[in-house]
Design a protein around this ligand. Structure first.
Ligand SMILES: Nc1ncnc2c1ncn2[C@@H]1O[C@H](COP(=O)(O)OP(=O)(O)OP(=O)(O)O)[C@@H](O)[C@H]1O
Ligand SMILES: [Mg+2]
Length: 400
């Protein structure tokens, strides 16, 4: 079974690409499910077919589904929430705060991922293509299994003492045994989920970008987060590329020229990942026939179900209290490394090579202390987080 997940900024073409990949996969003979986890579903519009919250058959090898995450959370985990808020109140947390804290962070995300995994396992599909919400939410979704596990472990730790204090109340809500069984089952599920999601032979993450600066920056940020959490990226779809043969001096030619610059930027930033280009169509795209065409335009003779890139594009590892980021740059010649960090941006120069990187929060709050370039790999070390002077009135750090 393969799981392919598309990420990208709002409106770049994730739904179109996901649906096109699924249609192409089905054409190639795979039993394919395309599923939307975006609360604002638009998959049915792209496929031009009504979809339900269970896999809906579209052709003899293609199914579509729009998961109703909110319903599912409410239905299955409402009790859990009630129970947790009771526990928290018994620990002296006031009512409103207890209610808020009892919303396990990432519950919705975890539920939708668990759902996909279950579907993938029981549904007898060769490939599941996930049409996700825009990057921010999806990155959150992917980091949730870890957050969730941390949280669940804490809750389970309280059990012996807190439970004793809370028992009479808890009994009114639900049998504690059920409660802990639920939590344990969830934790196990989430653990298995993480394994599936980080197994490069099963799961592939693909970035969708347009030749535009902001879109590319966001994709870069997503790439950094994915590598931080060990999710394997195997390609980039460069969508909405204008034809280069517009009339001399025309508006279109000017636009195409601007695109050309960002197109180059995509190659510079994301190679050695494969980059698949998709033209800008001068018409509305909807329905299986259109999607089949888009699928062929993106992938050509490539089988989109197969893993398209193996190997690390970027690696972030913890070393004691510090972090080390490793970035393979096989095409860069040896030279002096110069590095500047500004907020969450890191500028690297090695000889003629320049890269402007977006850092995840974990690294952004730390000083970049050392950068070396050795055997085609750039290694940047991040020290312990900057601490603000306590007497600084507004937390600004402009003391020099
Ligand atoms: N290459 C293309 N040429 C022309 N139109 C396109 C192309 N790719 C996508 N579109 C159109 O752009 C609109 C947005 O695309 P799509 O819904 O796939 O983006 P999305 O990234 O899923 O958006 P959202 O973030 O809102 O989910 C749709 O109307 C789609 O048909
Ligand atoms: Mg979409």
């Amino acid at each position: 079974m393969r799981l392919i997940l598309y990420l990208g900024k709002g409106g770049v073409g994730k739904t179109t690409t996901s649906a096109a990949t699924a249609v192409r996969a089905a054409e190639l003979g795979y039993r394919t499910l395309v599923v939307s986890t975006d609360v604002a579903h638009s998959l049915a519009d792209a496929l031009d077919a009504p979809l339900g919250s269970l896999p809906t058959p579209l052709t003899d090898r293609l199914w579509g589904q729009e998961i109703n995450v909110l319903d599912e959370v409410r239905e299955h985990w409402g009790e859990l929430r009630g129970y947790l808020s009771t526990l928290l109140r018994r620990r002296g947390v006031d009512d409103v705060a207890a209610e808020e804290l009892a919303i396990i962070p990432g519950m919705e995300e975890v539920v939708s991922l668990l759902h996909i995994r279950r579907q993938a396992k029981t549904g007898d599909f060769d490939v599941v293509v996930v049409d996700a919400a825009p990057t921010g939410e999806t990155v959150r979704l992917l980091t949730m299994p870890e957050t969730f596990q941390w949280y669940a472990a804490r809750v389970m730790d309280w059990e012996p003492t807190t439970l004793k204090a809370a028992r009479p109340l808890v009994k009114q809500l639900m049998p504690a045994a059920d409660m802990f069984a639920t939590l344990e089952r969830l934790t196990k599920g989430v653990e298995a989920l993480r394994e599936t999601l980080t197994d490069p032979e099963v799961s592939s993450y693909r970035l969708v970008v347009n030749p535009e600066r902001i879109v590319i920056k966001e994709a870069q940020r997503a790439a950094t987060y994915l590598s931080l959490f060990g999710y394997p990226i195997d390609g980039v779809v460069l969508n909405r590329v204008l034809p280069a043969d517009a009339a001399e001096g025309s508006f279109m030619q000017e636009l195409a020229r601007i695109q050309q610059r960002y197109r180059q930027m995509v190659y510079d930033l994301f190679q050695p990942l494969p980059i698949w280009e998709c033209p800008y169509y001068a018409r509305d795209l909807a329905g299986l026939e259109d999607l089949a065409r888009v699928g062929r335009d993106i992938f050509g003779e490539i089988d989109p179900v197969q893993v398209q890139f193996r190997g690390k594009t970027q690696e972030i590892v913890r070393d004691g209290d510090e972090y080390v980021m490793r970035l393979p740059l096989p095409h860069v010649e040896i030279g002096k490394v110069s590095m500047t960090k500004r907020g969450d941006e890191l500028f690297i120069e090695i000889g003629n090579f320049r890269r402007d990187m977006i850092l995840p929060l974990t690294l952004a709050e730390r000083p970049a202390t050392r950068a070396v370039f050795r055997n085609g790999v750039l290694e940047v070390r991040f020290g312990t987080p900057d601490t603000l002077p306590l007497d600084s009135p507004n937390g600004s750090d402009n003391a020099s």
